[in-house]
Design a protein. Structure first.
Ligand SMILES: [Zn+2]
Length: 68
């Protein structure tokens, strides 16, 4: 079991591994296609490089906000 946040309902959903429809390994991240209890298929991207890139994007956005 693992926890996802549904982008449709905005709620946290506990889903079983069998709900994973596919796992695609990209150079920068892993894309999980998960069948959500809401009935839709959502894509979740994860992985160390994806997290690092997301942190850089957030830092860049923060710098843009303060004008540094
Ligand atoms: Zn959903």
């Amino acid at each position: 079991m693992f926890l996802i946040t549904c982008p449709v309902t905005g709620t946290d959903e506990l889903v079983a591994e069998r709900r994973i429809r596919s796992v695609v390994n990209h150079p920068t991240h892993i894309a999980l296609h998960v069948e959500c209890p809401c009935g839709e298929l959502h894509v979740y991207r994860t992985g160390r490089r994806w997290t690092a890139a997301a942190q850089r994007r957030t830092a860049d956005a923060d710098r843009a906000l303060v004008g540094v």
